[in-house]
Design a protein around this ligand. Structure first.
Ligand code: DC
Length: 228
């Protein structure tokens, strides 16, 4: 089977990673969660005291960035997990503490430069599905297939609210919606690699689609590209 690069970008909490993971599994491709890499750098910065209140000690982080190695390994169920310097950090990078510090880290040009270089290396052999915000625009502008996922802010907030509730968290729907809207604003307005649809990306509004419907749709797009 021909190996291609598939870039899946879009807003937060719109189910990109579920789709990307499912697609990679179906095609036998590697799945890379680029957001996990920004989260791992954030965890490193938190652990090493590089946040002084809301201020980031950029020169300390810049000096350390080459020492942060981020890799992905499959667990026993075949699900990829994130490793930072050979330590499994998959759970720790998903905490609220990391989530609430990651946006300013992801906005730092030297962080983006270092991670984009690692992401391009991971794509050298092709056969990869990568999800994020700038994969189709910056990381792989020549990707054979680009999908840009959207859903209304209200629907994304409801999905996130249901997820949090299932985990026993009792944030209100209004608070979650506010957070979704704020993250969209930060992602779209940052100076470096802001979130935007690549001109040649296919837009997929999944507001009223099930996960199975989305997967069928993108799998048929991918299979057509692979055949062509
Ligand atoms: O997809 P996520 O929520 O795990 O992403 C975490 C953060 O990283 C989020 O603030 C957006 C940012 N990000 C980015 O700037 N570029 C990417 N390619 C992926 C994520």
């Amino acid at each position: 089977m021909k190996k291609i690069i598939i870039a899946i970008d879009g807003f937060s909490s719109c189910g990109k990673s579920t789709m990307a993971k499912g697609l990679a599994r179906k095609l036998g491709f590697i799945y890379i969660d680029s957001g996990a890499m920004y989260r791992a750098v954030t965890l490193y910065a938190l652990r090493n005291g590089f946040f002084e209140h809301e201020h980031i000690n950029e020169s300390a982080l810049a000096d350390s960035i080459k020492n942060i190695s981020i890799t992905f390994k499959l667990n026993k169920d075949g699900i990829p997990e994130t490793y930072m310097n050979d330590e499994n950090v998959e759970q720790e990078i998903r905490t609220m503490e990391v989530s609430s510090h990651v946006s300013p880290i992801a906005a730092l040009p030297f962080v983006r430069e270092a991670l984009v270089a690692q992401q391009r290396k991971m794509g050298e052999q092709k056969g990869i599905v990568m999800d994020g915000r700038d994969i189709g625009t910056t990381v792989f502008p020549n990707a054979e297939l680009k999908i840009f996922v959207t859903a209304s802010a209200e629907i994304r907030a409801q999905r996130r609210f249901d997820e949090l509730k299932a985990k026993g968290k009792n944030d209100t729907y209004e608070k979650v919606l506010e957070n979704v809207v704020e993250r969209d604003r930060i992602d779209m307005t940052r100076a470096v690699s802001p979130l935007r649809k690549a001109d040649d990306a296919i837009e997929l509004d999944n507001s009223h689609m099930t996960i199975a419907e989305q997967l069928d749709y993108i799998a048929s797009l991918a299979e057509n590209k692979i055949k062509s």
